[in-house]
Design a protein around this ligand. Sequence first.
Ligand code: ADP
Length: 303
Amino acid sequence: HVVVFGSINMDLVAKTPRLPRPGETLTGHSFSTVPGGKGANQAVAIARLDIPTVMIGRVGNDRFGQELLQSLQSAKIQIEDILVDDSVSSGVALIAVDDEGENTIVVIPSANGRVNESDVERLSSHLTGADSLLLQLEIPIAAVKAAAQAAKKSGVRVILDPAPARSDLPIELYPLIDILTPNEGEAEQLVGFPIESPALVAEAATILQQRGVKTVVIKLGAKGGFCATPDEAFFFPAFQVAAIDTVAAGDAFNGGLAAALAAGKPLREAMTWGAAAGALATTKPGAQSSLPDRATLITFLEQ
Ligand code: ADP
């Protein structure tokens, strides 16, 4: 099984003709609430690929919290150790998307912001026999570090998606990470220079490995990605698809990667699974709604 320790959000999505200016009120086209949060998205991505998945995190004791738990449960994710925190509301993201597909996003962490070392105690029992622990950066960094330490101690592979982007990842975190999976912008933030050429992509990966990460996977959108292990380094291509909405492509990639590794596939094949899941996610609108199931992924790979 795979364990995800991270954020659970309700996304409040407004479709608008254009994005409002400061102080402006404008009339939108439509509104919807959809489950999100990078942690929950990655958990759903893995569970859709038929790998048993445990989610650890927090929601508030409110209507969104109940809906979020139900939605995770219907995706067959183990939710028993998600804490319903009475003192705070559920995490939300206020998202406006205009006719050009441009967006603005305000994330209010709420329950996600309260995840701490005490949540790692609930995590620990699930680490026994786990293949990987997936982490992202939408919960406090101290909790991320404590979770990575616990996984390391249990001999469980740690996969960290350093998203949303930040430049100040604590240096002691790097040696705890088996696979670091930044996208282009996140990699640039971490190393502090633009990665405009293949040589600079490779250099960025080397720098991150020198900080102590074992394997670095840099996700490059429609250009595919780059993988550097202690033994080899290679670019891998993207699948050619008609992309309509790249939301959650990165989460789909991480889900595909973790699912492949949990199924015992070698790393190169896991890159292919990640790239296929990422590509498929761009062909459908939304976040969790766009994540492929196992049959879809296998059929796509056989084409
Ligand atoms: P993020 O969503 O975190 O920004 P990327 O945009 O790099 O991450 O997407 C993650 C992965 O999904 C890529 O490495 C690639 O394999 C796949 N992918 C993303 N966009 C496309 C696209 N337009 N066409 C094909 N594959 C894509």
